[in-house]
Ligand binder design. Structure first.
Ligand SMILES: CC(C)(COP(=O)(O)OP(=O)(O)OC[C@H]1O[C@@H](n2cnc3c(N)ncnc32)[C@H](O)[C@@H]1OP(=O)(O)O)[C@@H](O)C(=O)NCCC(=O)NCCS
Length: 215
């Protein structure tokens, strides 16, 4: 038996999430887990719509189409930017559709780890132990999350980010590709850590830091 799922987002992130769904289905012993009903997007480019079609999936229209889906249809928000993902999640909550948890079979999640709905974990990610993650958290390719971390809702950790043990990354924050957050540091709500930065001090809410050390 498989579950129906709709992906929000025709862009690159959404199509990478489609790849995770494929990988989950291929790794499933008892047959496919997910049946992709299609992809919705409020403003897809013609190019991205063609790319979705090349993957064999149908564009269903704008996110208004979510209102017409059967109640048990799962949804995943394939949007990388936390602020945009948050806006879509707010709309999803209105429709009361369940959000899928998608973990690529080439990722690992350790013991005593807790997460909310909508979690997406990409290939190569390593989440260790006693990690708590909120709703709609996206852990991108080859990210590491150390022991005893707490990640809030709609957090994005971009490829190759390394979040050390005992860190807190609050809701809506983005940790850029290839960056390091040193142990015990706190990244505030809605903050952005630039690509390749090294966070040595707490990052205040809604600020952008970059560089080594990050400022
Ligand atoms: C830091 C960041 C948020 C800044 O974005 P922005 O405000 O739009 O910045 P701009 O591109 O206008 O650049 C502003 C300045 O910061 C510099 N800069 C941008 N990103 C930087 C980074 N990661 N590290 C160091 N300097 C950076 C630019 O060179 C520019 O310098 P200048 O003023 O001397 O010319 C963004 O560049 C970034 O790194 N985001 C993370 C994105 C990521 O992870 N991408 C991977 C996706 S999978």
């Amino acid at each position: 038996m498989s579950l129906d799922i709709v992906v929000v987002g025709c862009g690159g992130h959404g199509r990478e999430v489609l790849g995770i769904i494929d990988a989950v289905n291929q790794a499933s012993v008892g047959g496919p887990v997910w049946r992709v009903v299609g992809v919705v997007d409020d403003a897809p480019s013609e190019t991205d719509r063609k790319r979705v079609a090349r993957l064999g999936h149908e564009y269903l229209g704008t996110t208004a189409a979510l209102a017409t889906l059967p109640a048990r249809t799962h949804v995943t928000v394939g949007i990388g930017a936390p602020a945009v993902r948050h806006a879509v999640v707010t709309r999803l909550d209105r429709y009361e559709l369940p959000a899928a948890v998608l973990v690529h079979p080439a990722a690992t999640i350790g013991a005593d780890t807790h997460y909310g709905e909508g979690l997406v974990v990409f290939a190569g990610a390593r989440i260790t132990t006693n990690v708590t993650m909120g709703r709609h958290v996206h852990i991108n390719q080859n990210v590491t999350v150390g022991h005893d971390c707490v990640l809030g809702d709609v957090v994005s950790l971009n490829p190759l980010a390394a979040v050390s043990g005992n860190c807190r990354v609050d809701s809506g924050a983005l940790v850029g590709a290839g960056s390091v957050v040193l142990e015990g540091r706190h990244v505030g709500t809605g903050a952005t850590v630039g690509a390749a930065a090294c966070v040595v001090r707490d990052v205040p809410p809604h600020t952008i830091v970059k560089g080594v050390p990050a400022r």
